[in-house]
Design a binder for this molecule. Structure first.
Ligand code: PMP
Length: 389
């Protein structure tokens, strides 16, 4: 049967990561290829307790249909967190609870992107955003990343020459590069975006996963009306509940709510109430500290091992948060060859190619450090360095 699929399906890449994970999940393999939070820090017992309490105490409401915008106390929690942590002035009405920030990206696509809409995106950029936006057939315009954030000329070009309608970026501990934008870059970009009266989609999935107690003001702080900010409980509680949010100005919120209604009516009210009860009964800051302490020591192990083992011609980022580190190999190296040879050595890496919308990145790799012990990281880096040399 020749199925007549929609044209957009042929333009949306399958998640390379999910395909690769099928090969790399073998227990003998040390895997830096995935992107999962470390399950050893999930608050399993606490969530078991609050789940039971929610069903027992709030069963009727927790099992019923609910409002599209989300559970009000949870929206209030998110708004308060932004206001106290980032000095924003956000109201609960500006928060929409979603099924993870991946859904937030889908909703942003629905609201802002038509076929051919020019969209600015970091290069390398978050693969999930490339995939979510691709469903709406945009024209991507890459904005190259350097060590302190996007290349400003590229942002300017994106506005002036390419007429980008939206720009998407991850200013804190970016996936895949681990790069954090400097304060200067944030302010400059805010200036350009507002000058052209465009929208910045600020994906803050890793804003709470910071290793050195260094926090930067979000772009939203300087130009609140121009920014749609996406956040998530995936990295600070658990990804399995699929709970995230969008923080958007009122006019954008109206559109997002319509798009959300058309997509799935509302986010799981059971999951929202469980998350809220967990946040009310347990100290989230000490839990986040446990996560960041764990990830910091894993990241330090990886950086140290790379410094000792890798040839000098290989460059790498030193992340100050998040879950990933980015490797740039000398020109002429092919990361797909490295991927195959590394698998023979029983270590898995992720070629950087799918993080590029223009076919570049052939000599780049993403390494995840949150799912291996320090011993495994040292051994994995040793194996990888054998492949590289
Ligand atoms: N944005 C970024 C930058 C991410 O790295 C991820 C998770 N890999 C997401 C969004 C999606 O996260 P979730 O849907 O679990 O909230």
């Amino acid at each position: 049967m020749d199925y007549l699929f929609a044209e957009r399906m042929s333009k949306t890449p399958r998640s390379f990561i999910r395909e690769i994970l099928k090969v790399t999940e073998h227990p003998d393999i040390i895997s830096f290829a995935g992107g999962l939070p470390n399950p050893s820090v999930f608050p399993v017992e606490e969530l078991a307790q609050v789940s039971k309490d929610v069903i027992t105490d709030e069963g009727a409401a927790a099992l019923q249909y609910a409002t599209t915008e989300g559970y009000y106390p949870l929206r209030e929690w998110v708004a308060n967190r932004y206001n106290s942590r980032y000095g924003l002035s956000v109201t609960p009405e500006e928060i929409l609870i979603t099924h993870g920030s991946q859904q937030s990206l889908d909703l942003c696509g629905k609201v802002f992107i038509d076929k051919g809409t020019p969209v600015g995106i970091e290069e390398p950029g978050y693969l999930g955003a490339i995939q979510a936006f691709s469903m709406f057939e945009p024209q991507f315009h890459p904005i190259k990343l350097e060590s302190d954030g996007p290349v400003l000329n590229d942002v300017q070009r994106c506005m002036e020459v390419d007429s980008c309608k939206i720009v998407y970026g991850v200013p804190n501990s970016q996936n895949p590069s681990g790069i954090t934008w400097s304060d200067t870059k944030r302010k400059e970009i805010a200036k350009i975006i507002s000058e052209y009266d465009r929208v910045f989609i600020e994906d803050d999935a890793y804003g709470e996963i910071r290793f050195r107690d260094e926090y930067y003001q979000p772009v939203k702080k300087s130009i609140p009306d121009h920014v749609v900010m996406n956040g998530s409980f995936s990295k600070i509680i658990t990804p399995g509940m699929r709970m995230g949010w969008i923080c958007a100005p009122e006019k954008v919120m109206t559109q997002l709510v319509t798009a959300k209604q058309a997509t799935d009516l509302h986010s799981s009210i059971l999951a929202q109430r469980i998350i809220y009860r967990y946040l009310s009964e347990y100290p989230i800051d000490s839990y986040i500290k446990k996560i960041t302490d764990t990830y910091r020591s894993q990241c330090d192990c990886m950086v140290k091992a790379i410094r000792q083992e890798f040839p000098d011609s290989v460059s790498y980022t030193v992340p100050d948060g998040g879950m990933f580190l980015w490797i740039t190999l000398p020109e002429g190296y092919n990361s797909l060859d490295i991927f195959n040879k590394a698998l023979e050595e029983k270590v898995a890496v992720l070629p950087g190619i799918p993080f590029y919308t223009d076919g570049g990145g052939i000599n780049t790799l993403r390494l995840n450090f949150t799912n291996s012990s320090c011993d495994q990281i040292e051994e994995g880096v040793r194996r990888l360095s054998r492949v590289l040399s």
